[in-house]
Design a protein around this ligand. Sequence first.
Ligand code: S3P
Length: 187
Amino acid sequence: MVEDCPHAMSASNIILVGFMGTGKSAVGKRLAEKLHRPFVDMDALIESRVGKSITRIFEEDGEPHFRSLETSIIKEISQQQEQVIAAGGGVVLNPENIRDFDRSGLVVCLSASPDEILRRVMGSSHRPLLEQKDRSTRIRSLLKKRQSFYDAIPCQVDTTDLAMDQVVSRILILFEQFVSSCISHAD
Ligand code: S3P
């Protein structure tokens, strides 16, 4: 059990990455409740720091500026422990982000099929990269460009056919394995 592990290891962050609509925020929130940890939603944190929505940041300051905000927020939150973090879908594009996250805990990549992603983001209007007429084509082309970055994360959970609690359970198992592998490496 996670609770039985030495504090230094079990205090590691759990960081959820993955494409938009793969469930990072909903799952992260539930996981944080279960572990009695603070939940950090990166997009919400950026919005509250900058004082405007992600959509406005993209419109007024451009995507490169948003990406640099992400990188500096990651540096900051990676300094703290015992958090569950839901990262933005594009953080994998910068290897520096993943290096910082890797040093602070377990990075888990959530995935889902393009059709399931489309179904989940259907009613949303807060994702500037998906504000296009043909969302299905947009999702597929973005996924194609990013697939190798997501695939490079060793811990993966395909959420397509899973209920939220099943995803949470899989992540807890991965975290237990992560904590015990840290212990055996420390021996
Ligand atoms: C983005 C994903 C969004 C948000 C921004 C860019 C991306 O986060 O950070 O719109 O590049 O994939 P979610 O994955 O939480 O929707």
